[in-house]
Design a protein around this ligand. Sequence first.
Ligand code: DX5
Ligand code: ZN
Length: 218
Amino acid sequence: MVQLAPSILSADFARLGEHVRLVEEAGAEVLHIDVMDGHFVPNLTFGPAMVKALRPHSKMRFDVHLMIEEPERFIADFAAAGADHITFHLEASRHVHRVVQQIKELGLTAGIALNPATQLDGLKYILEDLDMVLLMTVNPGFGGQKFINSVIPKIQVLHHHIEQKQSSCVVEVDGGINLETAPLAARAGADILVAGSAVFGQADPKLAVEKLRRAVST
Ligand code: DX5
Ligand code: ZN
């Protein structure tokens, strides 16, 4: 079954605890936390303090998506703040294998994210070490962008490859997920769908999660 990961990027930061509770009540399994540094992506968000502040408010898995250069500098801080999982970008680290090990040594699960135009080839010698691959279906940096359809074949190829290898690595798809695109990504082989504006950008985030669930269950 596909899991849903609402992204707090589109939430009302002044009412974050309350909004996170709503999506948890609606049955979302994962909370997606987008960290941006203004260098790797042209936007800034928040750091480990936000993860720490939210941790007592939720039992969901905290899925931290680092859109930052040199992610190795902040892994320990996010782990200490209460992250369950950390994903960093292949394009943002020169020592990919080392960063994956660093995350796992802290007892967290580890993922690598790929921008829409990045080939799957770069994962060849690291895939067996990964718990997750995150495929971006928008250019990272902002919520509310349009789903890039040309990533669909990449989801399919990765899904089949993982299946053939009988690996437990999951595929997360992030960007432009809504009631129309969620079924497309799920059919292509996504295991986890991130949704920001389609959940927290709606008047009723709880209902929005329920609608997304229905859209991927049929
Ligand atoms: C974009 C972030 C996404 C973002 C998705 O850089 O990685 O997680 O929150 O937002 P929507 O679902 O609105 O495209
Ligand atoms: Zn994200």
